[in-house]
Design a protein around this ligand. Structure first.
Ligand code: MTE
Length: 462
């Protein structure tokens, strides 16, 4: 195991000394806790949210992970014996909110920008709060955002999709035309090729939201691209790639190889049962399962078939991998097998010794997750985690491992293996092949150091 490298704190995820003291003082009757811990063992592992003011002035979450139930449950607990006001009168009427919103008490679960990451907010990233989510589906309002030149809410009546190039019948479709075609719904992860990019040289950001939050997973609904290509009479004897273009200021373009285009790619309008959100490509986006996010062209307006890849700006100077020999690798689109522990993770604090559920996410652009191993000693020993159903191809898989923390400093890691047998690499193994000058495609094993104080920090282990 090599030395640990430095880390920085996220202003919104750490507790002040005073808050910690208040938490410790509240309800820490040792005897009672022992009883309660036994009774509630199965329900443990969830994070109690404590709201505070961040450095940016917004109200944000700080997470405290209790070992057993941490509340003052007992005969004198006023929350059991006194009827709360909401049980004594009528509640709010139906349809008070035509479109539902999260509880006011969950206001800290937010997409967040990494301070200073980009010069302007229109060409930036908002990260998904992986540490706050359950299961595998990302709520649409928390889906990460990555725009090259901002987003617009496009009027679908005026939006068109042109299919041309090596086709017998070039066509222009309206959204209505497309929605009349046979559609499918599938659950897939979407990961930006730049996810975890800030960590290539050394740990740079403190929480899983920033290290891994350019990652989301949704059910997408749309027409298979193969159906559209058939409808337009694609010349499959000549066509090698489809160029996809977006209707934003950057006119983002990517080449999709023909074998992929005819396989599982969708022209999608639906996300999690409703229309796409404007930030995520409303009214149309390409869904390219298993492939880096940049190929999932948003606000899709043009598909052109050509006899070779198009080598556009977005695939020649961006999203390419610097190699140790000074050359660059192009078109390395598939997102290799990767995993991360989301709880306990950087910025969280364990306030008691005892039982915790170690949980996280694993995914592979090449198919299903076969196994996830978890280490609590920096990679010396590994235990196999339970995979939570469903385990789907090119989709996030939730894993869990019950664990008892004895209060000692330890290093938590997860290592995923996919159905091809590929094993997620250590930082040492990845850097041996790729060097440390890369930006994209970092799928190394993530390490979280849990200190005796209960604080969890981002560290790297080669
Ligand atoms: N499509 C267009 N037209 N413009 C863009 O800036 N960003 C790409 C891709 N599609 C982008 C785009 C990148 S780099 C990623 S990672 C994904 O969209 C992000 O999708 P999301 O914003 O829905 O998370």
């Amino acid at each position: 195991m090599s030395s640990f490298k430095s880390w920085r704190r996220a202003p919104e995820n750490f507790l002040s000394a005073q808050t910690l003291e208040d938490i410790q003082r509240a309800g820490f009757d040792a005897q009672r806790r022992e009883l309660v811990a036994k009774a509630f063992l199965a329900a443990t592992g969830s994070a109690a949210m404590v709201l505070s003011k961040s450095a940016w002035g917004a109200s944000v979450a700080q997470e405290v992970l209790p070992a057993g139930a941490r509340t003052t449950v007992g005969e004198d607990d006023p929350h059991i014996l006194q009827l709360p006001p909401h049980t004594t009168h009528l509640g709010n009427p139906v349809a008070m909110r035509g479109y539902g919103l999260p509880s006011q008490y969950e206001g800290a679960t937010l997409r967040r920008e990494s301070p200073g990451l980009t010069k302007v907010r229109e060409s930036s990233v908002a990260f998904t709060p992986l540490q706050n989510l359950f299961g595998i589906i990302t709520p649409s309002g928390l889906h990460f955002e990555r725009h090259h030149s901002g987003w617009s809410d496009i009027d679908p009546k005026h939006h068109r999709l042109m299919v041309h190039g090596l086709v017998k019948k070039p066509k222009v479709y309206t959204l209505d035309d497309l929605m009349r075609l046979p559609s499918v719904s599938r659950i897939h992860f979407l990961e930006c090729g730049a996810n975890t990019s800030m960590e290539w040289a050394s740990p740079a950001v403190p929480t899983v939201q920033y290290t891994h939050g350019m990652l989301s997973c949704s059910e997408f609904t749309g027409v298979p691209l193969s159906v559209l290509l058939d409808d337009c009479g694609a010349d499959l004897s000549q066509a090698q790639a489809v160029l996809a273009e977006g209707a934003d200021g950057s006119s983002l373009t990517r080449s999709i190889p023909m074998d992929h285009a005819l396989d599982d790619v969708l022209v999608a309008w639906g996300m999690n049962g409703e229309m796409l959100r404007p930030e995520n490509g409303y009214p149309l986006r390409l869904v390219v399962p298993g492939v880096q996010g940049v190929s999932w062209v948003k606000w899709l307006r043009r598909l052109k078939l050509g006899d070779q890849k198009f080598a556009t700006r977005d695939e020649s100077i961006h999203y390419i991998d610097a190699l140790p020999n000074g050359l660059y690798r192009q078109y390395s689109g598939i997102q290799e097998c990767k995993s991360v522990i989301t709880t306990p993770s950087g910025g969280q604090r364990l306030i008691e010794h005892g039982f915790y559920n170690i949980t996280g996410l694993a995914w592979s652009g090449r198919g299903k997750i076969k196994r996830v191993d978890v280490s609590v000693d920096g990679g010396r020993n590994w235990q196999t985690a339970a995979l939570q159903e469903p385990v789907l191809s090119k989709c996030l898989t939730r894993f869990n491992l019950p664990w008892r923390w004895n209060g000692e400093r330890c290093i938590l890691q997860s290592r995923a293996i996919d159905e091809t047998g590929y094993v997620q690499p250590t930082y040492g193994a990845l850097r041996a092949v790729r060097g440390s000058q890369s930006v994209y495609h970092n799928n190394a094993i993530q390490s979280w150091r849990l200190d005796a104080t209960g604080e969890v920090l981002n560290v790297q282990v080669d």
